[in-house]
Design a protein around this ligand. Sequence first.
Ligand SMILES: *Cc1c(COP(=O)(O)O)cnc(C)c1O
Ligand SMILES: [Zn+2]
Length: 442
Amino acid sequence: MAYRSWFQCVSGCNEQYPLNEVIYRCRKCDGLLEVTHDMGALKNRGASAWMRLFDDRYKRTDYPYGSAVWGKKEWVCPEVEDDNVVSMYEGGSNLFWAERLGRQIGLEDLWVKQCGNNHTGSFKDLGMTVLVSMVNQMIKEGRGIRAIACASTGDTSASLAAYCAYAGIPSIVFLPKNKVSVAQLIQPIANGALTVSLDTDFDGCMAIVQQVAREAHIYLANSMNSLRIEGQKTVGIEIVQQFDWEVPEVIVIPGGNLGNVSALAQGFLMMEELGVVNKRPRIVCAQAAKANPLYRSYLTGFADYAPIHAEETVASAIQIGNPVSIHRAIRALKAFDGIVEQATEDEIANACARGDLTGLYNCPHTGVALAALFKLVERGEIRKSDRVIIISTANGLKFTDFKVKYHENRLADVAPRYRQQVVELPARYDEVARVLDRLLPV
Ligand SMILES: *Cc1c(COP(=O)(O)O)cnc(C)c1O
Ligand SMILES: [Zn+2]
């Protein structure tokens, strides 16, 4: 059975382009392109046969199908030959049962999808493996691509740099100066990417990289490139798979450029069309109050939308005022009974720390999602009995500085309510025993 996918203009004209063409917008009408699949061919295999196939491959050893992205290759990117796939065993991340945290806030069934447990420490790997694999194939076909470039709030560049280094493809990353964590900055440097720090914000970097990529020999890896969405959409499929193909009631996801929330919805729509699921979860998109253009639009019932100037936030990966995928995201939220909620710096940092005290190690973006969850539960918009999934987007280890500052009470606009401190004592047993006795619960 031959499965097929291609770029298709979704702004009205329906023009199609092959996936191995260097193209980001429709040549006829300048519309957005989305990867489209031959759903007829996919429907020839029944839903239960798909589920069995995906389960048989899940986290096994048959390369590249053990990757939870490539285990769903027919739904993701059948165009890439197995030999051209650039995979580092993406996906298959832990679905953490946040039992204690759930109980504290009155939820019976709370889970955290640990996307930070991917190769470079964020969900960006799910999409990057698809994009770099496709470009790897294009290079082998002799398309004269010299490098892959991206603008990034940190994690995209780390992911691009790693996948390119693995495949031996040069990469270029543009980062906003002083706006990504040290850990995020050192990742592309260590992987040998040409790392350019620009004295601007993310939106400024995006403008430059789009100009750079007008030169046909440099391929653009931004989330406007819908190949990445194809990989990222597997997160929703994987969550359902991890619950033996049951759909949860609510999924909360932090949003910046809004590619990921769009991808999440896309995965569910595909499962629905192919008969794997017959209901939809409610999707909650959580934004930082300092970078909340989607939230503002939500308050108008999505009637109005205007880009904003995003202010500095601890949730640096979502400090975006002019999201590329705004329209895709609004469409997705409308289809999934969506809610948009925002969180202040104080709410974000305290939500992270509260979660950490129950065994998590949250990045600030996961904190945005948790803070939104706390508010929605309090307002009764999420019910006690709902099965709720938080999408944790990055590994907390990338944000050591943020965590140190929280526990040292040095974060702007944050009053730490879950502050922990080191106990300093002389190296004498009697002194240690006395203090332990005082501090431990009886
Ligand atoms: C990229 C990123 C996001 C935001 O995803 P979008 O697709 O831009 O909405 C959230 N959290 C982390 C850690 C990220 O790296
Ligand atoms: Zn078009």
